[in-house]
Design a protein around this ligand. Structure first.
Ligand SMILES: [Zn+2]
Ligand SMILES: [Zn+2]
Ligand SMILES: [Zn+2]
Ligand SMILES: [Zn+2]
Ligand SMILES: [Zn+2]
Ligand SMILES: [Zn+2]
Ligand SMILES: [Zn+2]
Ligand SMILES: [Zn+2]
Length: 466
């Protein structure tokens, strides 16, 4: 008897098209006959359901006759089959108590679909049931179901529209097009049921399928979507009200309740050591909360400038204490504003925050220490007696190529000079200027004084089109 394990603790879920229907039946059977053990969701691991059939071969070209179809169910807590669903007898067999119960009417539609699938599948080549071939089996099963559902779609139109309304001769179950409007048919990724793609067509499914606005291939029918329980692959964005892949919906993971004390490291561009670990290890103020799709911005939600922040999106409840720079362009959460110096420059005198593109303050490219902001620089005099927590940097040089500023300390220890004009160069520009001629030249000198190779530098930069 050929059989397939549709729900299995071992095999990865390759999306067998009968999986959701069989799980629905399994749930109903346990709810009726063993209520305390009703499995809750398809994502609950370890349950087993196998679908098998027996066929009597006929003389070619007659198709084989299906003599029995049976599904065996077993929970992960059970060591042997608990229930068997016998299609030809329309009975459920309780293997433990050795009794048989008639199948309730509510299971009939799903059983009919499964039977049709088994019949269609039995006419294809058998694929071995080894684990490694399970993917191929699911793939074949999907194609078989897809074709079956094109046919069922046409049958639905015939029932719905009455004889003559649909051109029966023109119906081609092997072509995925709507016979009414010629739009494409779309199929549920899980069970393969079909709907017309066009919202205005009478072949459009009711209730409508969920389909991601950005990834048109991501489609689920309503029952399959519901069957995914709390781990739905598609979700409605509360901003634009369209279906989106769940992985593209932002979420706030909750503000860390507390992180260990971290001393501020002055004059360092690097994030406080241990900050990211502290974020991961801290308990959070709330469990993950769903936000919106990437296109929408929900009121009050923000993103921290620190890309390694504790949450990619931050809900209104968790934004308090966050900081914005003087020009209003950059926002960071309270923790990153405090512990990640690559987010803001802080004026050593007035303590106001500036982002790195604010032109209102200068800092040393190499060590990140900052000068006074322009306001403070104007106010301050040599006799300024205001005690500064941090000494402002002395920005003494700018790079001969890119013009970024360098402080006195970095200038004396780190900077390299142009071999022709002796202007100081910052580390990134020195790296860019490296050439086999072993001389480092600034952008101004390289065209006229560079070797055959490095004199090409500027010209090829221009050709990049940037
Ligand atoms: Zn249509
Ligand atoms: Zn479906
Ligand atoms: Zn949206
Ligand atoms: Zn942050
Ligand atoms: Zn939050
Ligand atoms: Zn200032
Ligand atoms: Zn410096
Ligand atoms: Zn130069």
């Amino acid at each position: 008897m050929p059989a397939w394990t549709i729900i299995s603790p071992r095999e990865r879920d390759y999306g067998h098209p009968m999986r959701m229907k069989i799980f629905r039946i399994m749930k109903t059977v346990y709810r009726m006959l063993d209520p305390p053990n009703e499995p809750s969701a398809i994502t609950e691991v370890g349950h087993i359901a196998t679908l098998g059939y027996a066929a009597v071969l006929q003389e070619k070209p007659e198709p084989p006759i299906i003599s029995s179809v049976v599904i065996h169910f077993r929970l992960f807590t059970e060591s042997v089959t608990r229930f068997a669903l016998l299609f030809h007898d329309m009975q459920i067999e309780d293997k433990v108590h050795d009794v048989r119960i008639p199948v309730p009417g509510e299971l009939a539609p799903d059983m009919m679909d499964i039977y049709d699938f088994v019949f269609a599948r039995s006419q294809k080549l058998l694929i071995s049931s080894r684990d490694s071939d399970y993917w191929a089996e699911c793939d074949l099963a999907r194609r078989v179901s897809k074709q079956l559902h094109v046919q069922k779609y046409c049958e639905r139109l015939l029932r719905q529209e009455g004889d003559g309304a649909v051109d029966i001769a023109g119906l081609r179950p092997d072509i995925s097009r709507c016979p009414i409007c010629d739009s494409n048919l779309i199929h549920c990724n899980s069970c393969q049921v079909a709907s017309c793609e066009s919202h205005v067509c009478r072949g459009f499914s009711d209730p409508p399928f969920a389909r991601c606005v950005r990834h048109k291939m991501e489609v689920l029918c309503f029952p399959c979507l519901q069957g995914q329980g709390s781990k739905r692959e598609l979700e409605k964005c509360p901003g634009c009200n369209s279906w989106c892949c769940a992985r593209d919906i932002s979420s706030c993971t909750g503000h860390p309740l507390s992180i260990p004390y971290m001393p501020r490291v002055f004059s360092s561009k690097f994030i406080a050591p241990g900050l990211i670990t502290a974020y991961t290890e801290s308990t959070r103020t709330h469990p993950p909360k769903r936000g919106s799709c990437m296109e929408c911005k929900l009121p009050g939600w923000r993103s921290c400038r620190n890309k390694l922040c504790w949450s990619h999106s931050i809900c209104p409840e968790c934004t308090s204490g966050g900081q914005t720079c003087m020009c209003g362009e950059v926002w960071a959460c309270d923790l990153c504003a405090e512990h990640d110096p690559s987010v803001f420059i802080r004026c050593p005198r007035c303590r106001r925050l500036f982002c790195y593109s604010c032109c209102y303050i200068d800092d040393c490219l190499m060590c990140n220490s900052s000068d006074l902001c322009h306001d403070c620089a104007e106010e301050v005099s040599d006799t300024d007696d205001k005690e500064l927590e941090e000494m402002p940097a002395k920005l003494v040089a700018s790079c001969g190529s890119c013009e970024v500023k360098m402080c006195d300390l970095c200038e004396s220890y780190l900077a390299v000079s142009c071999a022709v004009c002796s202007s100081r160069l910052c580390i990134p520009c020195v790296r860019d200027a490296e050439c086999s001629c072993d001389r480092v030249l600034c952008d101004g000198c390289v065209a006229d004084h560079g070797c055959g190779l490095c004199s090409q530098r500027h010209r090829s930069d221009d050709n990049d089109g940037s």
